[in-house]
Structures are given as C-alpha cells and as structure tokens.
Write a protein that binds this ligand. Structure first.
Ligand code: 5AD
Ligand code: SF4
Length: 479
C-alpha cells in the first residue's frame, strides 16, 4: 500500500471561522509538464452527487483535466482517472458514496494504474477521511471543496511520487476567476454568484464544508452571462447557497436585486436563481422578478418547518407568520408565481402537533413542488448534539403523511394546467420512452410530449393534455 502524505486536514473548529480574508485571482492555471505527458491518450470520469454547486464544480474539474490533455471517457469501467464528487448534506448521500468507493475496489484491481480520487463536501470532515484511509486503500487522492484549483498539481504528485495524498483545507482561499470549464449542456448553464454560507442553520453542514459566504464580483458574473448569451444559451441559473445574501460582503450597496436586474437585461431567454433564504428576500428582489419577463416566475423558498419553535431551534431566523407575509407579498406582486420548497421532518424532539403546523403551511402556501427530507444528524452541527426522543419509525410515518399532503396540494394545481399552452425548454429524449421529449415549463414543471430530437435545446409551445403528480403529458403546438 502506498504511503499517505497528509498535506492538510480539515478541522471542524476552524471551518467555523468567518474572520478570514480572501482575494480575487485572475491568473491562468499552469499544467505541470510531466502531467501533460502522462495525460496523452488518457481519459477521466467524474461521478457527481448532490447539489448544483457540485454539478458546477464537476464542469470546472473537467475543464482543468481537459486543459492538461485528458479526454472524457466513454465508460466508467475503463477510465484512467475516476473522481467521486461527494455530498454530505444527509447520511443517505454519504452511504451511497461509501457503496461506490467499495465498488471501485474491483475497478482498481482491473486497472492497476488508474487513479481513484474523492472530493466534495463529504471529505471536508476529518472522520470521513480517517474512515476512507482505514477502509479503502485503493483511494489515491482526497482533496476538498477549497482546493479544486490544485487538482492538476495534486494528480501530478500522486503520479510522480506514487503516494496517496490528502489535501483538504478547512478554510477557503481566493476566488478564482477564468478557470477552464467544460459545460455539460450547450443551452442551459449554471453560474456561481457566491460561494459558502453564513447562515449556520443548526442542522446543516454546508457552512462548514463550503466555508464563509463569498460573493463573486458583479462584473465577472455579468461577463460570464454575456458569454453564455453570445453562445446561444437559453437558460441561466444563478447559483449560491443563499443567493439573496449576494453582495452583502462588499458593503458597497451591492445586492442580489441589482445583480438580477443586470443579468436579466443581458437578454438570456430564461433566468433562474437558487436558493433563496426567506430571511434575506427583499422587496426590491420581488420587484425585479416581477419587472422582467425573462426572469422565471418560479421561486424556490425553503420553509423547512411550519412551526415557530422548531424554526427557532433550526436557527432559521423567521417565524411562520413572517414567512407567510413574504409569500403574500410575492404572490401579490407576481400573481402568476410558482413557489417550491424544502421541508425537513423529524427535527430532534419535534412533536406531532409541531409537525401538523408544517402540513398547515403546505396547505396555505400551495407549493407547486417540494423536496422533502427526514432530518439526518450531521457531525459537529448544533442540532446533532440534541438528544432526540422521536423514533425513526415515527419520522418515517410523518414523512409519508407530508408527502400525501403535498400531493393533495399539487394535484389540483396540475389539473388547472390541462388545456393550457406553455413554453417548454426541451431538455432531452425522455428517459422512460424514447419516442417522447422531456422539458420544463417556466414554472419548472416536467412535461413529456412527442417531437423531433432536433428540438432539444429549443423553447417550444406545448399544450398540456394530462396531469400526473410528478410530470405532465403534452402535445407540441408549433414546430
Ligand atoms: N437533514 C435533513 N435535511 C437536511 N437539509 C440540510 N441539512 C439537512 C439535514 N441535516 C435539507 C434542507 C436544505 C436542503 C438542501 O437539504 O431542507 O434546504
Ligand atoms: Fe444550510 Fe441554512 Fe445555509 Fe441553506 S441557508 S446552506 S440550510 S445553513
């Protein structure tokens, strides 16, 4: 077994720190000459779990690897470099990754010279790194969310020194601009506007794994969006753990409302943004969304719980009344808005009555869609230290009750769509039926309909014929 070189290891205590400074770096990435040689004729494969931030990180890693001369492999089984880009937000996500790392044992036996690397939020935790090192000797490289930029140098070191390397920093460094990237779609793009999160919701690991909230400069974001427009992109999603806090760290009056206004003016047909924390959602933002036709009238507004005591324990900084007041302002100023949400059931010691408040808010807001989760304790977060008296069985039962309630809200909304025609951005051939195309409405409803593959990447009009809970069936109206 190769010796392990520990360059840096993450510490939960220091990952909490927010009094850090950083700069904006515009320098080009240098590829080590020996890596360029090594990369000739070799392939890479990246397996991404989790959220859109990871999806975008994959595109940057692909950009770095292709700059070094590696090509994207056709098959995971025969690649020279495999990277697992992981998620730590719930235990389930981590279990999946451990399963996958286990599977890679036989891959490594058949491909002795291949390199297995693990990165992403999961390895920002020291106990996970220790577990991987003890249990999975076939892993060659572990690097963190704060040093993706070092990928090429780290690979070069693994190859030339024949060492196992761990380099996971607790704290973020500079914001790097002008990084190479290989976008996975040529009509739909994610654009980072900020990194990290300072909200520290008590159940959430993200502020530790992704670090302090740092905004990109508005000029850099607008340049990226303009380039995407010039390349003919149809949709851009502005990304941040909490987009509404954009620009607050500049202390110069920058705000998400201003950024969104400027991005909309570039004229990309569809502008979206993810995710909004209700606490920072300003009236100015609502006005900007209402003003521009190309900002989709779809807002993902995680509520997490409908009960004030649970919200307080979660550290969410709003009451159900304040949340509903915001929803009311949004619905008044943007009458055709669709709201979606995230909900956690089974927060430590949540009573059934408190859970019922969540069902109440679901019925009141009438969400168009929702992501639902059973609370999962995360190492070193404040909530994980609370002794919990709710059994897993009861949490499961509540989870199913929540899903049923959501279905009772979503089904009538979907029924009202039948007979109406909506613009749909065509994404792909349907996964389940190769005769159908799949795409999304402005309200982010998934629609399947018959059409020519040539329409992929176009916005077409589709008349809704049938409503199902999680998708709609439609008919193309024009060519
Ligand atoms: N347990 C369950 N769900 C969680 N989320 C974040 N942390 C946890 C956790 N520890 C959910 C929240 C968040 C979404 C991205 O994941 O609902 O909005
Ligand atoms: Fe996690 Fe809360 Fe930050 Fe969202 S706002 S990433 S839930 S800490």
């Amino acid at each position: 077994m190769a010796k392990t070189l520990y360059k840096t290891l993450p510490e939960a205590e220091s990952a909490r720190r927010r009094n850090i400074t950083f700069d904006f770096n515009y320098e080009e990435i240098n590829v080590p000459t020996s890596l360029k040689e090594f990369a000739k004729g070799k392939t890479y494969h990246i397996h991404t779990y989790g959220c859109q931030a990871n999806y975008r990180d994959e595109e940057i890693m692909a950009g770095l690897l292709e700059k070094a001369g590696f090509c994207k492999g056709n098959s995971e089984k025969e690649t020279d470099i495999i990277i697992l880009n992981t998620c730590a937000v719930r235990e389930n996500a981590e279990k999946k990754v451990f399963g996958k790392i286990g599977d890679l044992k036989s891959f490594k036996v058949n491909n002795k010279n291949a390199i297995v690397a693990i990165c992403g939020c999961m390895v920002q935790q020291k106990h996970i790194i220790e577990h991987i090192n003890k249990t999975y000797p076939h892993v060659d490289l572990i690097f963190g969310t704060h040093n993706i930029i070092d990928l090429l140098n780290l690979l070069d070191e693994v190859i030339t020194k024949r060492l196992r390397i761990v380099d996971v920093k607790s704290l973020p460094g500079d914001i790097h601009e002008n990084l190479p990237s290989v976008r996975q779609s040529n009509f739909k793009a994610f654009v980072n506007i900020s990194y990290g999160c300072d909200k520290f919701c008590t159940y959430c690991i993200v502020p530790y794994t992704r670090g302090k909230e740092r905004s990109r400069k508005m000029a850099d974001i607008l340049k990226e969006c303009q380039e995407l427009k010039d390349l003919g992109y149809k949709e851009v999603t502005l990304l941040g753990q909490n987009v509404n806090a954009y620009g607050k760290d500049f202390k110069d009056g920058s705000s998400f409302a201003r950024l969104l206004d400027e991005v909309a003016k570039i004229g990309i047909p569809r502008v979206r943004f993810l995710t909004s924390h209700p606490w920072d959602f300003s009236s100015d933002m609502i006005d900007v969304i209402a003003k521009h036709k190309n900002i989709m009238k779809y807002i993902h507004l995680p509520v997490q719980s409908g009960n004030d005591e649970i919200l307080r324990l979660m550290g969410r900084r709003y009451t159900s009344e304040q949340y509903l007041k915001l929803v009311n302002e949004i619905k008044t100023k943007i009458p055709d808005v669709a709201l979606s949400t995230d909900i956690i059931v089974g927060f430590p010691n949540e009573t059934y009555e408190q859970f019922l408040d969540t069902l109440k808010i679901v019925r009141e807001v009438k969400y168009y869609s929702a992501f639902t989760f059973i609370y999962s304790p995360r190492n070193n977060t404040p909530a994980a230290k609370i002794k919990d008296n709710v059994t897993p069985k009861e949490k499961n039962r509540r989870f199913h009750e929540l899903v049923k309630t959501l279905e009772e809200v979503i089904d009538p909304i979907n029924q009202t769509l039948i007979g109406k025609t909506f613009p749909v951005l065509v994404e792909s051939v349907s996964e389940k039926n190769s005769e159908l195309l799949s795409g999304y409405t402005e309200h982010n409803k998934l629609v399947h309909f018959k059409g020519d593959k040539k329409l992929i990447g176009e916005i077409v009009n589709v008349k809704i014929k049938e409503s199902h809970l999680y998708f709609l069936m439609g008919e193309l109206v024009d060519g």
